[in-house]
Design a protein around this ligand. Structure first.
Ligand code: FE
Length: 149
């Protein structure tokens, strides 16, 4: 399989290489667009109902916008009223990792890309069956490739 997306300015981007990256924020700052950097390296949150994918249900695959790691399949996406794209499970074991997040006076589980460590969003326990999980993601942290492409 070759890259589905090419990002010429970003040497770390690959849809096939799953090697874990150790890239400094200073380096990411050089290769990521400013708005992607703010969410993925500084854990900013896009405003609800503003992202590209909160209200879509096309069949395809979602990849990390920073490094190209495969994160979610559209079959695990569900209609959520929260204003962010929501999934009930990750694509595979390497897709994401979790981190305790006690910022803003809340106890939450942060969801990070399993390859680049970039911030994707948070994990909640109010999702649908079969997992009961809700991966509440920032659209800007995701790249979507439709199945027919
Ligand atoms: Fe990534």
């Amino acid at each position: 399989m070759e890259n589905k997306i090419n990002k010429p300015g970003n040497p770390y981007y690959s849809n096939t290489d799953t090697t874990v990256l150790h890239v400094s924020n200073a380096e990411w700052k050089k290769v990521l667009p400013e708005d992607v950097y703010a969410v993925m390296r500084e854990a900013d949150t896009e405003r609800p109902f503003t992202g590209k994918y909160w209200n879509t249900d096309e069949k395809g695959t979602y990849y990390c916008a920073s490094c190209g790691n495969k994160l979610f399949r559209s079959g695990a996406k569900f209609a959520s009223s929260c204003g962010w794209p929501s999934f009930f499970e990750q694509d595979n074991k390497k897709s994401v990792v979790y981190k305790e997040d006690n910022s803003l006076g809340m106890e939450r589980t942060e969801v990070l890309c399993g390859r680049c460590g970039g911030h994707l969003g948070h994990l909640f326990d109010d999702g649908p069956e079969p997992t009961g999980k809700r991966y509440c993601m920032n659209s800007i942290a995701l790249d979507f490739i439709p199945d027919n492409k």
